[in-house]
Design a protein around this ligand. Sequence first.
Ligand code: ADP
Length: 514
Amino acid sequence: MHKSYIIAADIGTTSAKTLLFDRSGHILATHAVEYPLHTPRPDIAEQDPEEIYQAVLAGIQSVVRQGAVNAGEVLCVSFSSAMHSLIAVDDACRPLTACITWADNRSVGYVKTLKDLAAGHEIYMRTGTPIHPMSPLLKLMWFRDNRPDLFASAHKFIGIKEYVFARLFGEYIIDHSIASCTGLFNLRQLDWDVGALAACGVRRDQLSLPVPTTHIVQGLNPADAASLGLAPDTAFVVGASDGVLANLGAAAFEPGVYAVTIGTSGAVRGVVREPVTDPKGRLFCYALKEDFWVVGGAINNGGIMFRWVRDQLATAEAEEGRRLGMDPYDYLTKLASEVEPGSGGLIFLPLLAGERAPYWNANARGVFFGLSLYHQKPHMIRSVLEGVMYRIHSVVRALEELSGPTLEIRASGGFARSEFWLQMMADVLGSRVSVPNTIEASGAGAALLGLLATGEIADFSGAHEWVKVHHTLQADPKTGDIYDELTTIYNRVYHQLKGEFDAIAAFQQKYTLT
Ligand code: ADP
């Protein structure tokens, strides 16, 4: 029987998306199951592993049914997964904890512990995961000290994708990509890092076996196969993290081509041929394959800043937009476009949620700087949109230090619905910005990796056929000059306020305002 289909299973933080592809990259069916993030306390962000497992199964079943696919026609099921999750399981793979996600902040105290150790920076340099509470390394340090019985007795500590594979096949395997986001994995040796394991006290036998991202597992039990609508020998490709697959799926992997995604948060990523870590500790380095590594930085305050404007700062204007039958975001960007670039010298530091790359400062807070009686609401709206781009600018410049000047930016995420915001990015960065026509970059990346794993393609050069550029915007140098002046001031203001950020964060914590 001809194997015509590829299924991509993308296990995200808010939902599991499953996509049915044909061999030319056309999406024939999709299915998404949302699941909640449990936050009983502000520092806890957990999910139910069983719920996610069932969502993955439901997604596969659904796309097989929607596409009227016969068992045996599926070339492979290939996986993408959110990074940094951690679950303790017993020897029957029963969860002893919830799935602790990247957003969980309980291990925040260990940032200082690790940064104070000379070995802490060395561990980052070998493992490529910034020292941050998202990192499983820090989560394990927290377990060691706060749940010592569980820490010693847990059979395995695994991520959500390992859980899915263990449930389906009874094997504990972790791909090099997800392993490279744990803070425990030596990028150059492609193996667990002895120093990192010692720093948290986890035993090697408590971790999964690292395998390449193209590793294939077969042998579904007949009941699972029948319920999924797949043949028992269907190839399951272990796959990689959603971050690195998004670069592949947006065909952003040539030197100087950087992917910028701005949804709720944001990220800038580029591809290098061998692992590089940042002597200043600002950027991550995560694996896809031996010769495909993704370096970059994530920001907390991406599209969520515009949502804050819509819901808090410009509610009357947003309402006016709705009354006119417009998407409120479109109405607000229209207002912003009517004032001059640079918002009349009003600078916004969009640091409401603290900040990750490049300065990793959880105490940073938002600032309007330069307000005068001249400024009206549209200036404030515009300055917030510009402020998000100044954040992206500082990550892009840090990335350029490691992997060379920008030739092109590939944009994705909710912000790419706005031509105005895209043009602002081109002007702030002084770079060409192109928008690929796929919105499911991680899923497309997983499908391409599946084709490589099954020997159907020899390399990723065909990705350009899958992912066409929808349109391109050019930077305007005159507007760019204005933004150059303002980014310089923006950066100085940030650095001068560092001590004051700590003071105000301490105040807010004391009065439990955060
Ligand atoms: P998620 O991170 O949940 O996947 P999205 O990728 O859908 O989110 O991005 C949501 C964000 O995209 C919003 O918070 C907003 O900042 C931005 N956005 C959505 N629609 C528009 C629009 N029409 N114009 C400008 N920005 C938009």
